[in-house]
Design a protein around this ligand. Structure first.
Ligand code: ADP
Ligand code: MG
Length: 739
């Protein structure tokens, strides 16, 4: 039968209902889903290597014949090792698998095996070894037909099959190894053979021509069974014309979806704030300092949006300390002066409290009414605040999640400011907006995570982006040093000197108590951290005691960590802010947004344990005042090569974007954004890091198509794009709703 893209996989020859179920668990339901299950690696079995020419250290693909195998135990450690000897003519190689008892009955002499693994020098003897190679039995003389003949007629005496004499695709197995790479190869081959010749293609012909995209069907064929002329490197880097086409397509439809969403939003009725001289005066009046050029520019972008009659959805990106808060407050004044209310939502109680304090300091002298609503307030108190909000007495409301969780009704919501958005997740952002019964309020999202531009375009494709790319004046450059733990005494002496000069300091630890996991596990790297913790990872509480009693007697030392009650945290922060505490010992709870300009020294112990973004965020807590500031990265114990790169980067630069790029490279986009929370779509073939350039192209083409500026794209093309989007991609991108 002819397979259509939408045909259920169980109609593919070789897949029944049972195997279809296993595929379903991998998200493969239709023939098209199956085709997108691309190989993760390719093997060159056209010119398999000869054993005689192998060099230790290289990765090699071999075809060889099984000569014999057996299980044995190492004398010293008693580890079971399975050894299989494979040969070509007079040469042979030993393949070893640790704990390989499960392979006992796998191999029989006379079989042909494909092997892929690292070549190593043997401990004894002269025969080279392959350690834990991946393998496939590609021919078994006892099983006729085990090597099915497929594809082109043979040449060169090499049997033409799916397994040999070609570039062979390697797939991730499924169903606990039940569906092997070989199985996928056969199934893909059958699928492509029976696939309809007219595979629908949603990309307009003009774009196909402009970007020289190969036809869709050919792209699938070539991605699964590449011609032998295709360089293996291009395949492994997903840089063949076939890969380019499939990746572009995926990104193009994502960007179309985002563009549509953005337009749908623009079409909704929003508030149109008036900005007259009076409002302008009010906005200027609250400024405690001269704004930077970047702050002025961004305020203008925000003000322009607020004037327009459609809802603002703007992302304000700015490195730590770039002065986002004051700009956001100026936006709030525009709303308030127009008779509306503003809300500012922070990710933690500490931050909410801090915003509250600084907002009051700035706004109350000008006569504005600011209130704080957090989860830890007692019920009576909350009720009263909710009443003030509902009656419109509160002009600016600052809060945490409580703002969306409690039954808060704003009398006249005008502007919603969300701080550190990436911690909230995308969905919650929308829940907050929906609270408003009237016209859609404007939304300003602030983030200190410097997101590389291309990624921001995707992740926040439906938002407009403003960037604060200039630090306020008067900041002396920060000095970052890396020092080993055994020189801790020098560091403490330095701290004492700083405090004697009237400055304050942070001392940061990865854990609260010994024998526990770090507070933010996700960003710390070592999987065996628990075991190591028991053997001396310094903990905040213990060090707090030691610093207070032994190391820094006479100094006022405070302790802050995530397990304190909210009011306790608030009290500690207040005292630190007021200068009643000299040294604040803390965990990463201070990571985001804490603002104490008088603190000019941060000592981070076990700095090798922290993620790069986290170190940068932490360091951003200092260097906010006029005094020269210092960040000391103390390391104790072994530092992995990756940790070395993180620490190097920290010492080398304070540029948030540079650090973000490296962080992204080290961790990959999923981790970078905190996986699930991020709202990142899960891609089939695209990889945001690898495919940034294609993403830019896709974005440009999608925007031109949606706004009608692409002259070579017809109405029919657009209709087809929309239909294709709806039928093929909407399910994929849960967030992209196509109207
Ligand atoms: P962030 O962007 O990290 O939220 P903040 O808004 O907390 O940064 O500002 C960091 C510090 O810089 C604050 O102490 C703030 O008062 C100060 N600041 C912001 N803008 C200016 C400016 N234009 N001139 C001087 N100080 C400023
Ligand atoms: Mg901030």
């Amino acid at each position: 039968m002819t397979l259509e893209p939408g045909t259920s996989v169980q109609y593919v020859k070789g897949i029944g209902p049972r195997l279809a179920e296993i595929l379903a668990s991998k998200g493969i339901h239709t023939v098209e889903d199956l085709l997108y299950y691309l190989p993760f690696r390719y093997e060159d079995r056209i010119n398999p290597r000869s054993i005689a020419e192998l060099k230790p250290g290289e990765m090699a693909t071999l075809l060889a014949e099984v000569r014999g195998s057996g299980l044995f135990r190492t004398r010293r450690q008693g580890v079971q090792i399975f050894q299989m000897t494979a040969g070509q003519g007079t040469s042979a190689i030993n393949c070893l698998w640790f704990n390989g008892a499960y392979l006992k009955d796998k191999f029989k002499p006379g079989q042909t095996v494909a092997l892929y693994g690292r070549v190593e020098e043997p401990k004894y003897g002269r025969r080279l070894q392959l350690m834990q190679p991946q393998f496939e039995i590609v021919y078994d003389p006892d099983e006729p037909g085990s090597s099915e003949q497929h594809g082109r007629p043979g040449g060169n005496g090499i049997p033409e099959s799916l397994e040999m004499g070609r570039i062979v695709p390697v797939y991730e197995s499924a169903g606990q190894g039940k569906l092997t790479s070989r199985w996928f190869r056969r199934i893909m081959h059958a699928t492509l053979r029976d696939l309809t010749p007219n595979l629908p293609d949603g990309i307009p012909p003009a774009i196909v021509r402009r970007l020289e995209l190969v036809p869709r069907r050919e792209a699938f064929v070539q991605a699964h069974f590449p011609d032998e002329s295709v360089p293996l490197e291009d395949l492994d880097r997903a840089r063949t014309p076939a890969h380019r086409r499939l990746i572009f397509e995926e990104l193009f439809f994502l960007e179309i979806g985002l563009e549509l969403k953005r337009r749908a939003l623009r079409a909704q009725p929003g508030l149109s704030f008036e900005i007259n001289d009076g409002v302008r005066q009010a906005v200027k009046r609250i400024l405690p300092f001269h704004p930077t050029a970047a702050q002025k520019r961004v305020l203008k972008e925000i003000a322009d949006d607020m004037q327009r009659p459609f809802p603002m959805r703007r992302l304000l990106q700015g490195d730590v300390g770039s002065g986002k808060t004051i700009v956001a407050l100026q936006g709030a004044i525009i709303a308030i002066e127009n008779g509306y209310q503003a809300a500012l939502m922070a990710p933690t109680e500490i931050l909410a409290a801090q915003h509250y304090l600084s907002a009051r300091r700035i706004l109350e002298p000008a006569g504005y009414r600011v209130l704080l609503l957090t989860g830890s307030l007692d019920d009576d108190h909350k009720r009263e605040i909710r009443r003030h909000i509902a009656q419109g007495n509160a002009q600016l409301v600052i809060g945490t999640h409580a703002l969306i969780e409690e039954k808060v009704e704003f009398a006249k919501p005008g502007l919603i400011i969300v701080d550190e958005q990436h911690r909230f997740g995308v969905l919650q952002r929308f829940r907050l907006m929906k609270k408003a019964a009237q016209a859609e309020p404007d939304v300003l999202v602030m983030t200190a995570t410097p997101i590389p531009r291309t990624l921001a375009l995707t992740l926040y494709g439906d938002l407009d982006i403003s960037v604060l790319d200039e630090l306020p004046p008067g900041r002396t450059p920060m000095v970052t040093r890396r020092i080993s733990e055994d020189r801790a005494n020098e560091v403490w002496d330095f701290l004492k000197k700083q405090v004697a000069k009237g400055n304050q300091a942070f001392v940061v630890y990865p854990v609260i108590e010994e024998q526990e996991e770090p507070e933010t596990k996700k960003t710390l790297e070592q999987p065996n951290l628990l075991a190591e913790t028991r053997t001396g990872l310094k903990a905040a509480t213990k060090m707090y005691d030691e610093l207070r009693k032994k190391i820094l007697p006479g100094l006022r030392v405070g302790l802050l960590h995530g397990r304190l009650r909210p009011d306790e945290k608030e009290e500690v922060m207040r005292r630190f802010q007021a200068g009643e505490i000299d040294v604040l010992v803390s965990t990463t709870v201070i990571e985001v947004g804490v603002d104490v300009p008088n603190a000019n020294l941060m000592i981070i112990e076990h700095a090798e344990r922290f993620g790069l973004a986290q170190l940068h965020q932490l360091r951003g807590r200092i260097g906010r005042g006029a005094a020269k500031s210092f960040c000391v990265l103390m390391t104790g114990g072994k530092v992995s090569p990756e940790a070395e790169r993180r620490l190097d980067a920290m010492v080398r630069t304070t540029d948030g974007f540079e650090i973000a790029e490296l962080d992204l490279e080290l961790r990959g986009p999923g981790e970078f954004f905190g996986t699930k929370q991020s709202g990142l779509p899960s891609f089939r073939v695209a990889n945001l890091l690898r495919d940034r350039e294609l993403l830019e192209t896709a974005k440009r083409e999608a925007a031109a198509l949606v706004d009608g500026s692409a002259k070579d794209i017809s109405k029919e093309d657009v209709t087809r794009v929309m239909a294709h989007l709806r039928s093929h991609w909407q399910r994929r991108y849960g967030l992209v709703e196509v109207g």
